[in-house]
Write a new protein. Structure first.
Length: 153
């Protein structure tokens, strides 16, 4: 696995547009709020110049017809990226997150459980992982995995 995914093909964007955030991605395509939330992998693929906006829109249209398929799976199926590219992008995303965010995004804990643990952390000063484990919200193995995912470079 490489540290950075490969650059886009000539069909990708010529210059990176820093304004490509969720609202601008949705501007030309009628997306529900839930679907915008599910396009994070698409935003990451654009950020790392692996696909362009037109390709993302095509994948989202295909996903509407096949809602059980993940966007990353469609990108691989369409030959836009490799499975290694998807794994690299997801690994990079996790390394940018805080421990609690990783555990919520991977559904190891709920946002409510994280909020309870953060409140306890504010008053006790204990480590977040220890609190999540002692409250029974998460296993030690899942906390260790999230810490490892967070620290990968």
């Amino acid at each position: 696995m490489t540290d950075m995914p490969h650059q886009a093909s000539p069909d990708g964007p010529d210059e990176w547009d820093e304004s490509l955030d969720a609202p601008s991605l949705a501007a030309g395509y009628p997306l529900s709020e839930e679907l915008i939330e599910d396009t994070r992998i698409g935003q990451l693929l654009i950020r790392y110049r692996l696909i362009n906006l037109e390709q993302l829109q095509q994948m989202l249209e295909a996903q509407e017809a096949r809602p059980s398929e993940l966007l990353g799976e469609l990108a691989v199926e369409f030959g836009l990226v490799s499975l290694d590219d998807i794994q690299d992008v997801l690994r990079l995303q996790l390394s940018e997150l805080r421990l609690g965010q990783i555990l919520v995004r991977t559904r190891c804990v709920t946002q409510e459980q994280l909020d309870i643990a953060l409140t306890e952390q504010d008053s006790s000063g204990e480590l977040l992982g220890s609190i999540l484990i002692s409250f029974g919200f998460c296993t030690a193995e899942k906390v260790a995995w999230a810490i490892e995912a967070q620290s990968r470079d």
